[in-house]
Design a protein around this ligand. Structure first.
Ligand code: ADP
Ligand code: PHD
Length: 564
């Protein structure tokens, strides 16, 4: 542990040696801020914003300038992070909408984090895969490259910007794809460099647009401002030195020359390699919470295309509804167990910095969204959300030794540790273990490597146990108040029995917010739909009603089971 911590010191990262002390200095500055003469664009009043919407940018700008000058120009720190995902900035119209949204909160001084436009990341990855086999001369004809060019040039055109903002990057992208075609190889490191073009372009376009409409903005590439990560390409972890470095850069620039920072989500810089890394799919959420913690901001807002965190994936059940409050623990568990709405690691910095996270809908600003905080009133809470993680691999491991043989569990887990494979859910007895493997760990590997990795585990385990590898399983996680786990399980199993669904494993984590059930992939969606209907669509989820039912159950056990 000590060695690992030492490796993460700013000096070893090649950062400014004073970076750690900088955090403290900066915190002191926040307590007694130095006066700064300029009033930044985002400090402007509601009236001016309305004016901009009605009369256009030039008039609004004049009005802002007058109000700024008369305000005395006292320094005001950055207040919130606003992160907009790909769906929120998918087109020129969406970018205009997002600009309008930001300006509709004139009391905020936001740091803006953007993802790549729409499906750009997927298109880049697809272009890279195709380039491996298409030959350098055919790269220019790749559909995905044409799509990306068209999307970005059209957006620039519609926003009235200069194409030079992205033309250099698009040329570089084409060169990179030709390089991949020549090498006939797409390494994980190259993959990260490849997808970085998406966020590098969206942020440049958006910053230029804000400047054009008279709102001062400054674009930042995260990998240039102190986002230091491990060198785990495609799935890198943020290192501690990131916080003081990012705070120093963003805060310093803001103090010297206030302008809304527009930061690339999802990207970092590997501390050994110095190469661009990515934080895993959906990693812009993590960029946002990292900035929120680094700057000690009041709130982190993640703007999505849904009304907040929902009771289940709306693609599985259209009646999914928003969850108004969550704790960091609940949100982390929900994200880790597969709810695509939040990046699995994104709650960590928010929890460490105790900065509330608000999940909002950029297509429906008035919706209250979901507020995620350290704690909340759980007295009325039973089940919060149902999450599905599909295509999971499960291992049944039965010891070949007699009962009473100690050290079996330790041996099994040391094999996983040696091979660097993480485990999701576990159920054990003295001589047998059932467990599921964390697919995110496996996703980062090439297909061939995946196979070898599992072969190795099975081979090692077979030295001490009989092992069955079961594919195509799903984990259904019931996130909720585990103080009421008996009630949740009672109802859940009743629903499953009525629907003829066989549960193959059950696990309740020490986190106390999650009960996981493993079922076959083919039954999983139906299972989530049935559970959702039972828990969220008939009012049973309200705690008082659940209590009545529970009392009923305990007094007439057999007859009441059927009415559940
Ligand atoms: N429990 C859930 N609550 C809300 N959205 C969910 C949930 N599970 C899956 N989703 C999906 O997550 C999507 C939002 O996440 P994402 O696509 O990463 O947003 P963005 O790109 O805007 O950051 C939604 O459109 C929805 O389809
Ligand atoms: N563009 C990256 C990072 C990201 O966070 O995207 P989004 O916010 O659209 O999920 C991805 O698609 O994974």
């Amino acid at each position: 542990m000590a060695a690992a911590a030492a490796l993460r010191t700013p000096a070893r990262l090649g950062l400014d040696g004073a970076a750690a002390g900088e955090q403290l200095r900066w915190q002191r500055q926040r307590v007694a801020p130095a006066p700064v003469a300029l009033l930044a664009a985002p400090c402007r009043t509601r009236k001016a914003v309305r004016c901009q919407r009605v009369f256009g940018a030039a008039i609004a700008e004049k009005k802002y300038a007058q109000e700024g000058a008369s305000s005395g120009g006292a320094e005001r720190d950055l207040t919130v992070v606003m992160k907009f995902g790909g769906s929120s900035v998918a087109s020129a119209e969406r970018m205009q909408e997002v600009a309008d949204l930001i300006l509709s909160f004139p009391e905020e001084r936001p740091v803006v984090v953007l993802s790549a436009m729409g499906k750009t990341t997927n298109k880049l990855l697809m272009a890279g895969e195709k380039a491996v086999g298409c030959g350098a001369t055919n790269v220019s004809e790749l559909d995905e490259l044409s799509f990306i060019k068209e999307l970005h040039f059209t957006t620039i055109d519609k926003l009235g910007l200069d194409s030079s903002i992205v033309s250099g990057l698009l040329d570089e992208l084409e060169q990179l794809l030709k390089g991949i075609a020549m090498m006939k190889e797409l390494t994980l490191r190259t993959r990260d460099y490849l997808v970085s073009f998406g966020e590098c372009m969206s942020t440049r376009i958006f910053a230029a647009f804000l400047n054009k409409i008279g709102v001062k903005a400054r674009q930042y590439d995260a990998f240039e401002i102190g986002f230091i990560t491990t060198d785990d390409f495609t799935n890198a972890d943020i290192l501690e030195a990131t916080y003081p470095a990012v705070a120093k850069r963003l805060h310093g620039d803001w103090i010297n020359d206030p302008a809304i920072p527009i930061v690339t989500g999802f990207l970092g810089k590997g501390w050994r390699s110095g190469a661009i890394t990515t934080l895993g799919r959906g990693g812009s959420d993590l960029t946002a919470t990292t900035i929120g913690k680094a700057l000690g901001l009041r709130e982190i807002q993640v703007w999505k295309d849904v009304d907040g965190v929902l009771t289940c994936d709306p693609n599985i059940h259209p009646k999914a509804k928003p969850v108004p409050y969550l704790t960091f623990d609940e949100a982390a568990e929900l994200a880790y167990f597969g709810a695509q709405v939040l990046h699995p690691q994104s709650m960590r910095p928010a929890r460490e910095g105790d900065v509330p996270v608000r999940v909002k809908n950029s297509y429906n600003r008035r919706a209250p969204g979901t507020l995620i905080t350290k704690s909340r009133d759980m007295s009325k809470s039973v089940l919060t959300s149902i999450v599905l993680k599909s295509n999971v691999k499960m291992l049944d491991i039965v010891s070949t030794r007699m009962l009473g043989q100690y050290g079996f569990l330790a041996k099994v887990f040391s094999i996983f540790e040696d091979l660097g494979i993480s485990v999701d859910c576990v159920a054990t007895s003295e001589v047998s273990i059932s467990l599921t493997l964390d697919p995110s760990k496996l996703w980062s590997c090439e297909l061939v490597q995946q196979k070898n990795e599992l072969d190795d585990v099975v081979e090692e385990l077979e030295k001490i146990a009989v092992v069955h590898l079961l594919q195509n399983r799903s984990i259904i996680s019931l996130i909720g108040n585990v103080q009421r786990s008996s009630l949740i399980l009672e109802k859940a199993f009743n629903v499953l029995r009525r629907n003829g669904i066989n549960v193959q494993m059950i696990s309740q984590g020490a986190s106390k917010v999650n009960i996981s059930l493993v079922v076959h992939d083919s039954e999983a969606k139906r299972c989530v739909q049935a559970l959702h209907s039972a828990f969220f669509e008939d009012g049973f989820w309200e705690v008082d009603k659940m209590d009545v039912l529970h009392d009923d159950l305990t007094s007439h056990s057999n007859s009441t089971v059927h009415s559940l």
